[in-house]
Design a protein around this ligand. Structure first.
Ligand SMILES: [Mg+2]
Length: 228
């Protein structure tokens, strides 16, 4: 139930962009896949993700390497899609449709693997053409690797670049937990640090606001109910 203090018919933004891993869902997809490999690969992947999300190393330095080490199968990506569904943050299933009913365009913007994210988007009512993530292709041996070609979301500047290209109706807001989300700050009206799963000081510091749950997002995304 939305809080009575807000008017869910009056959104503050025309476009709302959500990060997926550690924002809409509690898991980090790549780390979830790595955890299915030997412990050394899992540890390496987690360390690389943490460094990349804290902004200590650029994502492109680790993206291909993580994927090449893990080499997920198609079946594992289906299992990952289920894991995303099971880890949806409380309240996301209500807030995202409420935004869309109010006339907002909701987009999912992720450095994760698109094929595993589309099912959760559909469940949340977000059309597949508003899911922006990394495309993989199936190799002859049945494992998946990065699709060749223009894949900005596998790079550090990929999120701002993608948002710029989308030219979404303004005002716009980005909601996410990582350094790649904070990098969108310059090309959106507002950036909200989502800290319901992971709280990174370097991200919170540059944010316009912080929300530690989906319930806490309502007053940031809707105008107050008029006090009549
Ligand atoms: Mg994230």
């Amino acid at each position: 139930m939305p809080p009575l203090s807000v008017d869910v018919r009056r959104p503050r933004f025309k476009s709302v962009i959500f990060d997926v891993d550690s924002t809409v869902c509690a898991i980090e997809g790549i780390d979830w896949l790595a955890a299915r490999r030997d412990p050394e690969i899992a540890r390496e992947s987690e360390a690389l993700t943490a460094q990349a999300m804290a902004g200590d190393i650029p994502i492109e330095a680790v993206y291909t390497r993580r994927l090449e080490r893990i080499r997920p199968t198609a079946g594992e990506l289906i299992a990952l899609a289920d894991a995303y569904r099971e880890s949806v943050q409380p309240g996301a299933q209500e807030l995202i449709p409420a935004l869309q009913r109010a006339g907002c365009q909701v987009h999912l913007l992720s450095g994760g693997l698109r094929i595993a994210i589309v099912p959760i988007a559909i469940q949340l009512g977000v059309p597949a053409d508003r899911v922006h993530a990394v495309a993989v292709t199936r190799d002859a041996d049945g494992t998946m690797s990065l699709l060749d070609g223009d894949q900005p979301l596998a790079t550090q500047r990929g999120k701002p670049l993608t948002v710029q290209r989308l030219a979404l109706p303004k005002p716009t807001v980005m909601i996410g937990d990582g350094s790649t989300d904070a990098a969108v700050r310059g090309v959106v009206t507002e950036f909200i640090a989502y800290t319901g799963v992971a709280r990174r000081e370097s991200v919170v510091t540059v944010a316009d606001a912080e929300a530690d749950s989906f319930a806490a997002l309502y007053p940031l995304l809707f105008f107050p109910a008029s006090s009549r």
